[in-house]
Ligand binder design. Structure first.
Ligand code: CTP
Length: 398
């Protein structure tokens, strides 16, 4: 759940700062990319060297690195993170974040962040119970932050009660619970075609296109994370196989069709994101074609239209998603495809949009449905676009 997440561990001045070393270590073990931010006073409790070594990243304390003039950009840090965990969160830092006081890199990053922020308070019993602290915690929650409650036990002062920072294992469990995907597609079977088919000309040459399959793979991952049984038919992709997905490696349109045909009956949702070659050479030379003549003519014949063919037999309870990459009359053409191929929705990519289409890590889409509704989405990473498409399918089905 936390694998590949980017988390800032923000350490403030409290004796519990020694526990942040364990927290950083546990997060790194879970596959999290960790960056540590410290308040100046926190460095008196635990050294940046310890946390830099454990997090495998430099630690950020001041806006400017020594006297080098190198500037640590709080906005960039805030935007980089998928989550910020302030652990330990001292009464002072809680008060500053609750009341808009921004006087160091740590608080500036908090105020610039768009990601979820978690506070794990750590202080003495009476400080924790003080109405001002309680009010600050309430305020922080009302701003959409999350409080990881302090735990009961012996405090550094010798007093016994609440105020101890939650144990690092409990903080990790809190984060895992937060990031755990709801299994909204549990029990559903999803087939996805992805990549670019290759149509052989001779043993060493082929006709193909620029599709990388990134969008289809992001969709497969997203559906799988939400509990679906995913079958990914991939043509000529160089991306790592997503986890928990049944994978079928194919090359030509005909091979892709044959696999899809055997699966389609049992599927609830079919996504046609592959860029399938519409034509293939009529004859495939058995030997490498030599350049003996000035010109070479290839006769091409039509390939099977996988989406069209399967769309003809679509069952009532099945949901089909098509893709359309258009360069002109985009909406008209996309809607025509939706009708002709019996799609429930069609995802439209326009090559006119900067950063969208083949090979980019980003994409800009519109979704068109059978009733002529059009929903536009902004330019996003393909992972986020996959979330949008999967969310749209969910809204349409349930
Ligand atoms: N598709 C398919 N099999 C094909 C061609 C396309 O399954 N032989 C699917 C694609 O995966 C996509 C949709 O059909 O979901 C539309 O593909 P596109 O190439 O845009 O449309 P075409 O029907 O090939 O029309 P044209 O190339 O003329 O625009």
């Amino acid at each position: 759940m936390l694998q590949n997440k980017k988390i800032i561990v923000a350490v403030t001045a409290s004796i519990a700062a020694y526990k942040s070393a364990f927290l950083v270590r546990l997060l790194v073990k879970k596959g999290v990319e960790v960056k540590v931010l410290m308040s100046q006073r926190a460095t008196e409790f635990i050294t940046p060297l310890t946390l830099a070594t454990l997090s495998k990243n430099p630690v950020f304390v001041d806006f400017v690195k020594d006297k080098t003039g190198i500037w640590h950009n709080h906005v960039e840090l805030g935007l980089w993170a998928d989550a910020i965990v302030v652990a330990p969160a001292s009464a002072h830092t809680l008060a500053k974040c609750a009341n808009g006081i921004c006087d160091n890199l740590l608080t500036a990053t908090y105020f610039s962040a768009r990601c979820p922020v978690f506070f794990a308070p750590a202080m003495d019993l009476d400080m924790y119970r003080h109405p001002a602290t309680e009010e600050n915690l309430r305020k922080l929650e009302s701003y959409g932050n999350y409080i990881i409650p302090s735990e009961y036990g012996e405090l550094a002062s010798g007093l016994i009660g609440e105020g101890r920072m939650a144990e690092p294992e409990h903080i990790v469990a809190f984060l895992e619970n937060f990031f755990q995907e709801k299994q909204i597609f549990a029990g559903k079977k999803v087939m996805i075609t992805a990549g670019a088919t290759r149509e052989a000309i001779d043993p060493v040459r082929f006709i193909s296109n620029h599709s990388t399959g990134k969008m289809g793979f992001a969709l497969a991952e997203c559906f799988a994370q939400k509990g679906a049984e995913v079958h990914l038919i991939a043509a000529n992709t160089a991306i790592a196989q997503p986890e928990k997905v049944s994978f079928y490696k194919v090359s030509s349109a005909q091979e892709m069709f044959e696999v899809a045909q055997t699966l389609v009956e049992q599927m609830d949702i079919c996504i046609f994101s592959a860029a399938v070659a519409d034509y293939r050479p009529k004859e495939v030379a058995t030997e490498k074609i030599k350049k003996n003549s000035e010109t070479l003519t290839l006769e091409l014949i039509k390939n099977v239209d996988i989406a069209f063919s399967l769309g003809q037999k679509k069952k009532k309870n099945q949901f089909f998603v098509g893709f359309a990459l258009e360069t002109q009359n985009e909406i008209e053409n996309a809607l025509q495809k939706l009708k002709k191929k019996n799609f429930d929705i069609v995802v439209l990519n326009s090559l006119k949009d900067e950063g969208a289409g083949f090979a980019y890590d980003t994409n800009k889409i519109s979704i068109l449905d059978k009733n002529g509704n059009k929903t536009d989405f902004s330019l996003k990473s393909k992972k986020e676009v996959a979330e949008d498409i999967v969310g749209y399918v969910y809204e349409s089905l349930f």
